[in-house]
Write a protein that binds this ligand. Structure first.
Ligand code: NAP
Length: 295
């Protein structure tokens, strides 16, 4: 399989598409805002004018889109992917969406004899650009085995987790921990600031202790530098928190901590910080506490 269509060239998609080109695939790209296709076209990709046109000759169709609505529009909408697929193609959704959205897509593609995998990712802008993502996959195992070589240049690891929706489920489960860790770090650093500790000293300790975490290191460093450049936008973390709440509610699963974190994220987005990095949720805690975390 050599011909790939890649749709959705945001922070994550642009890195993945670039790595597919570097790996020698024949790539056709599409993005809602067409100017994002330019760097890829300059490196040898062709550009589709619509999702339907982009997927026409592809053997494998991959997309990384903002949210469930974007997937709805790009897959099911006018000139969407489904309007122009043919039997034998494989579609891979790498967006973070509700597992039901994966199920809906799998059913619609199946009607057209197209195979479908949900394959969302862990990692952020840097891991996407360097091919170091951690991919989690749901769908038929034999289809996963067929496309695994395509996912390998994008990733450090790939976990196959079961039938349709299992990748999407794993992604939400993982992001519930990510959000809770950011909240925990923010609460701790606000308290440390109020207690007269230097936040950088606190981060130095958190870097070595037995509960250390790359999230504490990465987010902590950006925070003390007051750097909120989006690697993963806060608006997407709110989207994920809302998906997690719905997912857990459907399964009657308790997530009291996640519910509190969702409120913090919501407060921060309502302050106008949705386009900032996800770590901007900590600004809502600072606001409440009347302090700013900096070295
Ligand atoms: P992003 O930079 O905001 O890019 C979003 C992409 O979706 C863009 O290509 C955007 O097109 C497109 N899009 C949004 N609404 C659309 C619509 N209605 N119709 C068509 N296209 C639409 O987001 P990202 O950070 O790359 O994230 C992409 C997905 O990966 C999300 O589901 C996110 O939760 C997930 N994810 C992100 C990270 C991360 O660290 N960034 C990590 C893991 C997973 P335009 O360019 O035209 O706006």
């Amino acid at each position: 399989m050599k011909r790939i269509a890649y749709l959705g060239l945001g922070i994550m998609g642009s890195g993945m598409a670039t790595n597919l080109l570097k790996a020698g695939y024949d790539l056709r790209v599409w993005n809602r805002s067409p100017e994002s296709c330019k760097p890829l076209v300059e490196q040898g990709a062709t550009q589709g004018q619509t999702p339907a046109q982009a997927v026409e000759n592809a053997e494998v169709i991959i997309y990384s889109l903002a949210n469930d609505n974007a997937v709805e529009e790009v897959v099911f909408g006018q000139d969407g992917i489904l309007s122009n697929v043919r039997s034998g193609q494989i579609a891979i959704d790498m967006s973070t969406v509700h597992p039901d959205t994966s199920g809906k897509q799998a059913a619609a593609y199946a009607e057209k004899q197209v195979e479908f995998l949900d394959a969302p990712v862990f990692g952020s802008k840097n891991e996407s650009a360097t091919g170091g993502l951690w991919i989690v996959v749901g769908g038929k195992q034999e289809i996963f085995e067929q496309v695994k070589p395509i996912l390998e240049p994008l990733s450090e690891t790939i976990h196959y987790l079961g039938d349709t929706g299992k990748g999407a489920s794993m992604k939400l489960i993982g992001n519930s921990i990510v959000a809770t860790q950011i909240e925990a770090l923010g609460e701790a650093l606000v308290l440390a600031t109020k207690a007269g500790l230097n936040p950088q000293d606190v981060l130095d300790v958190l870097h070595v202790v037995d509960f250390r975490s790359p999230i504490f290191d990465g987010i902590g460093k950006m925070l003390v530098n007051r750097d909120f450049t989006p690697n993963f936008a806060l608006k997407h973390l709110l989207k994920d928190a809302n998906l997690i709440a719905r997912f857990a509610q459907d399964l009657n699963s308790p997530m009291p901590a996640a519910a509190i974190v969702r409120e913090t994220i919501k407060t921060a987005v309502n302050q106008g910080w949705g386009e900032d990095n996800a770590s901007a949720l900590i600004k809502a805690l600072e606001l409440e506490a009347g302090v700013t975390i900096k070295s």
